[in-house]
Design a protein around this ligand. Structure first.
Ligand code: MRU
Length: 365
């Protein structure tokens, strides 16, 4: 993947909104998240394989963001196709979708977005090839725009749920870098920050990949909100000292009973919050719901390579040949979750009854 200075329009810092996924002149530009916050570099991804690799190697990450990126990957595969007939084109696109499905297993948004691209393909099957390609591009752009609107609503509902709270703890990265808009949990925090200039956030560093230290700190600093970075093992002490009023996190997959897969370490935080009677919220768009699964036991948890643990950011902190276990996510039982913030509003337990009901509900925050 070739590095490049920046896409032709927009900024990633300053007063403008942070928009790390950009579709410009038929190519996808991604803000290289592995280098943040120390370096801002844009990468131009102009083929299906480059997009798939960017998801696998975490150039782009975060549940909604990888769904959006994968949709653009299908659009790119369409644009680059040299197929002369519709059946050949359809086969190529199905292969492209299958390739992208293999990139990361846990976040359901990836599969949701690819299912939408497949449906688009099915719908335009009879159209001329140029029209099919155009439809794939339009659908990817639409998925991106929709996520931006979902984030907006999540921010407003989240700020309502957190109203009056001064010290919020969050884990992993759930802002613009992880979505197509202002974020999920982080959108709530930034919306609340606009109402309460004294808001303070505890940012978990989020071992082993350091999404909190690298990305959330970058985003919260960008939003001008007061924060302290902490290592993951400090949360218990802060809670015991009464220094945390609420916890809010995002999600990679939420199933019928409210069990929620999110970044490794989330479950531990939920147990701690329960112990200290601190509200624990999950914020996610309905594209993160997987109502085909009844409990979290059915969720596939991605295991990543050992070097993320032994060599964070490429720096050896131990021997590279030690055996390592590196699950990227854990599952927080629904019973530990105070409320799930969806774009349609706050959903409380019992989730098995309330989540399916909430889908499709249209309230205005
Ligand atoms: O492995 P990552 O960085 O893709 O994991 C991201 C998370 O776990 C986020 O908390 C989750 O996607 C919610 S974000 C909107």
């Amino acid at each position: 993947m070739k590095g490049a200075a920046s896409p032709s329009r927009g900024r990633s810092r300053g007063k403008g909104a942070l928009r790390p996924i950009r579709w410009r002149s038929g190519a996808l530009w991604l803000l290289e998240q592995r280098l943040l916050p120390l370096r801002e570099k844009w990468v131009r991804t102009d083929s299906l394989e480059k997009v798939a690799k960017a998801i696998e190697d975490m150039t782009v990450r975060g549940a909604p963001a990888i769904g959006i990126t994968a949709a653009y990957g299908v659009a790119l595969a369409g644009k680059r196709s040299r197929a002369k007939t519709a059946p050949v084109f359809q086969r190529e696109m199905e292969k492209a979708i299958a390739r992208l499905r293999r990139t990361r297993p846990t976040a359901v948004n990836l599969f949701w977005a690819l299912d939408r691209m497949q449906k688009t393909l099915d719908r335009v099957r009879q159209a001329p090839l140029a029209a099919q390609k155009k439809s794939l591009e339009s659908e990817a752009l639409q998925i991106h725009r929709e996520d931006e609107a979902l984030c907006e609503k999540l921010g407003r509902w989240g700020a309502l749920a957190l109203k009056g709270k001064k010290n919020i703890l969050t884990h992993c990265n759930t802002g613009a870098l992880a979505t197509g808009g202002a974020g999920t949990a982080l959108a709530a925090i930034t919306a609340l920050g606009r109402q309460n200039p004294r808001l303070h956030v505890w940012v978990d560093e989020t071992r082993p990949y350091l999404q909190g230290a690298r990305l959330t700190a970058y985003e919260i600093a960008h939003a001008g909100i007061d924060f302290h970075l902490i290592t993951d093992n400090m949360a218990a002490a802060l809670m015991a000292q009464g220094k945390v009023d609420a916890v809010i996190v995002g999600a990679d997959r939420i199933v019928v009973n409210g069990d929620t897969a999110n970044k490794i370490g989330t479950y531990g935080l939920a147990v701690l919050a329960h112990q200290h009677r601190i509200p624990f919220y999950v914020s996610a768009p309905s594209t993160t719901l997987d109502l085909t699964k009844k409990t979290g036991r059915e969720i596939v948890i991605e295991e990543r390579g050992s070097r993320e643990v032994t060599h964070p950011q490429g720096v050896a902190i131990t021997r590279g040949d030690y055996p390592v276990f590196n699950p990227a996510f854990d599952v927080t039982p629904g019973r530990l979750i105070t409320g799930i913030i969806l774009e349609g509003g706050l959903v409380g337990p019992p989730y098995a009854k309330n989540l399916p009901r909430a889908v499709g509900r249209r309230l205005r925050p």
